[in-house]
Design a protein around this ligand. Structure first.
Ligand code: F6P
Length: 475
């Protein structure tokens, strides 16, 4: 894929690397999450600049210089430019408005949303800082590609601070709520105006794009053409659309068959003994339905006792937003639930739940995908969720079953070849696991090959070219 020779400046809340400083120097480790999985391969191949927060507190001279990343395996790589945030800014902009106001509201957890005018004040301030930092890099003609809900106001701030004819694209990785939920936000109109600084706004699904258009019509009273998904905004036309994001299929497929993954595989071959392995992996977040899934696992062993000692459920929770009250409480509840299930069903030689609270290297995860008979992806609401796509890409032997939530964006594409569940329906999830484990090899292979074909065909490069070609056709 060639990006029409245009230089790209990507901006997102975080740069895609976790940065750890130690006595031996600074170490960069690629971080997890949908955004990184999707956008890093594009910049690594095409080059460009990625601007974002380095994840640490305060200003640090080491981060004044930019660094080059992603040059491995013949790729051109790209540069990182860091934005620093003080602890008060982190508290209000990141923990506060981004993750205690917008995140819960946009995922349908209205009662968990906290609206606070200091959160909002800092959110505006940091969005302006991002705009300043982007403008410092603009020489003319580049594509500015802004990502996700932490930077809703940046597109408008860019236009306000520059006379240039900027090309601004925005992609939202999380769901966009319907009008009735969105209007709850005290600053709903300002968020919409912030986004309307973009030329093209991409959403994970057509439904989310429709929700946004409806909010522009009802809240800002704008002229909106729902058919062509255009919004007439002053003397500009803004376009919106659904562009389901994906992963780099070939990267996962190759990595799952690599020597490094094979080495991990040898080490973990005895995991679970003779038992069949069912797995889930995600950031520890209340939107991911981890508690509900554990209740379903509890119900499964209760209702289908013949599976005790024959199945192990592996839950991998990646630590996330660990300073936020709701996440601290969730962790305690999950720890307790795991303890209760194991206390209830385990014997001297077998435990039903194997729980890891850590991030794993990609190859280790690929090895675990390979040995898992079933992968459960059951978020209560998710913009897309790329785990099902990763699982399928790592299953070259074609044997594996995906249980997928109807409330994940990926359900639109993957439902024909997955067992679909309502993640709130504990009985249904438990029964679906039973169904998955009863499927014969032919059926499993048919489902998995369907999944792999979809992900192979609609990989991350296809997503990027669809989004960028769409943009090039409208200008
Ligand atoms: O997918 C939503 C998102 O917030 C991304 O913007 C981010 O990459 C990921 O989740 C991880 O979140 P955080 O940066 O808050 O740890």
């Amino acid at each position: 894929m060639k990006l029409s020779g245009q230089r790209i400046i990507v901006a997102s809340n975080r740069v895609p690397y976790n940065i750890v400083k130690s006595k031996s120097g600074i170490k960069y480790k690629k971080s997890v999450g949908g955004l990184v999985t999707a956008v890093d391969p594009i910049l690594s191949r095409n080059g460009g600049l990625w601007i974002g927060w380095n994840g640490s507190k305060g200003h640090d001279r080491d981060f004044e210089k930019r660094i080059e990343v992603g040059r491995e395996k013949g790729k051109v790589g790209y540069a990182l430019k860091f934005i620093s945030l003080s602890s008060t800014e982190i508290k209000n902009y990141y923990h506060g408005f981004s993750n205690r106001s917008l995140w819960p509201l946009f995922h349908g957890f209205i009662c968990q949303s906290h609206f606070d005018k200091d959160y909002w004040r800092f959110y505006r301030k940091i969005n302006n800082r991002f705009a300043n930092n982007i403008l410092e890099e603009v020489t003319g003609g580049e594509l500015i590609w802004i990502h996700d809900y932490q930077l809703f106001l940046t597109p408008e701030a860019l236009r306000e601070q520059s006379d240039r004819d900027l090309k601004i694209l925005f992609f939202l990785h999380i769901p966009f709520p319907n009008y009735e939920s969105f209007r709850v936000l005290p600053w709903d109109d300002q968020i919409l105006r912030g986004l309307l600084g973009s030329d093209l706004i991409g959403f994970q699904t057509q439904r989310c794009a429709f929700n946004f258009l409806e909010c522009c019509k009802k809240i800002l009273k704008l002229d909106v053409d729902f058919k062509s998904k255009k919004i007439f905004y002053g003397d500009r036309k803004v376009e919106a659309g659904g562009f389901p994001i994906s992963i780099d299929f070939n990267h996962f497929d190759n990595m799952a068959g690599s020597k490094k993954t094979d080495r991990y595989l040898k080490r973990i071959k005895s995991f679970g003994g003779e038992a069949r392995v069912v797995m889930s992996v995600e950031r520890l977040d209340y939107t991911k339905g981890i508690k509900e899934r554990l209740s379903a696992i509890n119900r499964f062993f209760e209702k289908y006792p013949e599976y005790r000692k024959k199945v192990v459920f592996l839950q991998i929770s990646v630590p996330s937003r660990t300073k936020i009250k709701e996440y601290i409480e969730l962790k305690k509840e999950i720890d307790e639930l795991v303890g209760n299930i194991n206390g209830r069903f385990a014997d001297e030689l077998w435990s039903p739940v194997h729980y890891l609270y850590k991030a794993l290297p990609q190859e280790k995860l690929a090895a675990l995908y390979r040995i898992s008979d079933v992968c459960m992806v059951t978020p209560l609401r998710d913009g897309m969720n790329l785990i099902g796509k990763e699982y399928a890409s790592c299953k070259a032997d074609g044997d594996g079953v995906l249980i997928l939530s109807e409330l994940a964006g990926s359900a639109d594409e993957l439902s024909d070849y997955s067992i679909m569940v309502n993640p709130y329906d504990i009985e249904e999830v438990a029964d679906s696991l039973h169904r998955a484990l009863c499927m014969d090899l032919n059926e499993r292979k048919m489902m998995m090959s369907g999944l792999r074909n979809i992900v192979r065909k609609n990989d991350i490069y296809k997503w990027a070219s669809k989004f960028l070609d769409y943009y090039n056709n409208i200008i």
